[in-house]
Design a protein. Structure first.
Length: 279
């Protein structure tokens, strides 16, 4: 069940206490965000590791990591100073100010077991090695902020590891990150691109094919194009760094060459990969 239940319980506690003015003991605002002035924390829950489902505008996306859910109520609900629209505009501006991206905003009923219609937004922020997912949803003048901090995989493979893999197996699979459905290499994968550049500069006779692969989510034709575009994007990054185009080629195979079970997320994650193949 989604955490709407927590909000309802907090609201009932609020009504039973009257006009509470203080935060619930032991609670605090989530990282990166300040609350709207005139509000207090009516309830909160923090899990060091859990899963939460975010609506990205098309589907629910499960994100695992540290989960922090904070419910806010106005100090004087009979005389609120802000509107529901103002609440969301404040958070949209705050997210964009720190380099975040709004994935979706609007009204949704996708709340698993419960059919709650809420004004909501979903956003994502990448800071250093942490991917922060944010959800803000509200009902009139009460609102909830959910933040999930997802630790990204460390890109600690180095050029010598790549060379060993290429010499031993003829290929090596790399976890280069892209935005969902897009081909632009994300900033956290730039150190890995730098190591590929080092590999090629240290081994002047080495030629490689950059090959993209996807999981089976979506249709096969789109996945084929996406994998090809991602391979070409990596090649473009390498040529921009000074590697000759004659040493590189790009190819995409979409979902046709899985290395793990696509029925589970961990399998799909392994299938979403870029391979360097020795030519």
């Amino acid at each position: 069940m989604r955490f709407a239940t927590l909000f309802v319980v907090s609201l009932l506690m609020f009504l039973s206490k009257g006009f509470a003015q203080e935060d619930e003991p032991g609670t605090k605002d989530p990282a990166l965000f300040n609350r709207i002035p005139g509000f207090y924390i009516s309830g909160a829950r923090t899990m060091e590791f859990d899963a939460y489902k975010f609506f990205d505008g098309k589907k629910l996306v499960t994100v695992e990591g540290k989960v922090n859910i904070v419910n806010y109520a106005p100090k004087d609900p009979a005389n609120p100073k802000v509107s529901e629209l103002q609440i969301h505009r404040n958070y949209v501006n705050a997210i964009k100010k720190i380099g975040g991206k709004i994935l979706w905003q609007g009204k949704t009923e996708l709340y698993e077991d419960n059919r709650y219609t809420r004004e909501a937004l979903t956003a994502i922020i990448v800071r250093e090695n942490v991917e922060v997912w944010v959800e803000v949803w509200s009902e009139t003048i009460y609102y909830t902020v959910t933040v999930v901090e997802k630790q990204l995989m460390n890109q600690d493979i180095v050029a010598t590891d790549m060379l060993d893999g290429l010499n031993k197996d003829g290929f090596i699979a790399l976890d280069i990150h892209f935005d969902t459905g897009k081909s632009t290499v994300k900033p956290e994968s730039e150190p890995l691109i730098d190591q590929i550049v080092k590999l090629l500069k240290d081994n002047a006779d080495l030629k490689i094919s950059v090959e993209g692969h996807t999981d089976n989510v979506g249709d096969a034709k789109s996945n084929l194009k996406l994998s090809d575009d991602r391979a070409k994007s990596v090649v473009a990054a390498l040529t921009k760094a000074g590697i000759q185009t004659s040493r590189l080629s790009a190819a995409g195979f979409g979902q046709d060459r899985p290395v793990a079970d696509n029925r589970r997320e961990e399998g799909r994650a392994k299938n979403r990969r870029v391979e360097l193949v020795k030519k």
